[in-house]
Write a protein that binds this ligand. Structure first.
Ligand code: PGA
Length: 224
């Protein structure tokens, strides 16, 4: 099973979100190769829009097997008096996945290892699966994080993707268990995706910039 995750970050409004999902679904439905892979559990597509755009596209996402929604973050608090926070309880029933520990959250919102561990716990209490981002082997990997996205900071949004060999070296250092999925993120696009997909040890991508255009994201899926 390979994962293709579209991380929109803080992009798109309501109508852009609907247009994105309609375009992608239309392409996927008319593509026998991708449709069969979804049907046979060979690939999962996970879309991570900003919070307010999750619900508007949920009905459409539910139309096809193996297409899911992810939140881009989750509160480390339970429900309660935390204005502005989005708790695991609020997200349950809306998303199946959540991205936790993205380097942008660590950098701009000072998220630390303790908070990230709590976020993973809260998500798992509500049966939301964490996609845990690591910048390097020094970042602590919490228990219950079964999908790991390795994203070297210098490669994010720079066009400077890390070579597959280096990505695999990092995987070795992490000493993951066989059940843990290992994804790569950092300037993946339609031109470099197949060099990673050739390696069975890489279980998919967390895609930022190239996921903003549904046709570009679809081209990456086509390489699966
Ligand atoms: P990028 O972003 O594909 O634009 O490098 C990846 C990410 O930050 O998840």
């Amino acid at each position: 099973m390979r994962y293709f995750i579209a991380n929109w970050k803080a992009h798109k409004d309501f109508s852009e979100a609907l247009s994105w999902i309609d375009t992608l679904l239309n392409k996927v439905r008319n593509d026998t190769n991708i449709s069969q892979k979804l049907e046979n559990d060979l690939i999962k597509i996970i879309i991570a829009p900003p919070f307010p755009l999750l619900h508007p596209i949920k009905g459409r996402v539910a139309q096809l097997k193996n297409i899911f929604l992810a939140a881009q973050d989750i509160s480390h608090f339970n429900q309660g008096p935390y204005t502005g926070e989005v708790s695991a309880k609020s997200l349950s029933g809306i998303v199946d996945f959540v991205i936790i520990g993205h380097s942008e959250r660590r950098q701009y919102f000072n998220e630390n290892n303790q908070m990230l561990r709590e976020k993973v716990e809260k998500a798992s209490q509500y049966h939301i699966e964490s996609i845990f981002c690591l910048r390097n082997e020094k970042d602590t990997l919490p228990k219950n994080a079964n999908i790991i996205a390795y994203e070297p900071v210098y490669a994010i949004g720079t066009g400077n993707n890390e070579e597959p060999e280096k990505v695999l070296e990092m995987k070795k250092k992490l000493e993951l268990s066989p059940g843990q999925k290992f994804l790569y993120g950092g300037s993946t696009n339609k031109d470099n995706a197949s060099s990673y997909l050739r390696r069975q040890e890489i279980d998919g991508f967390l895609v930022g910039t190239a996921s903003l255009d549904p046709l570009h994201f679809y081209q990456i899926l086509s390489l699966s």
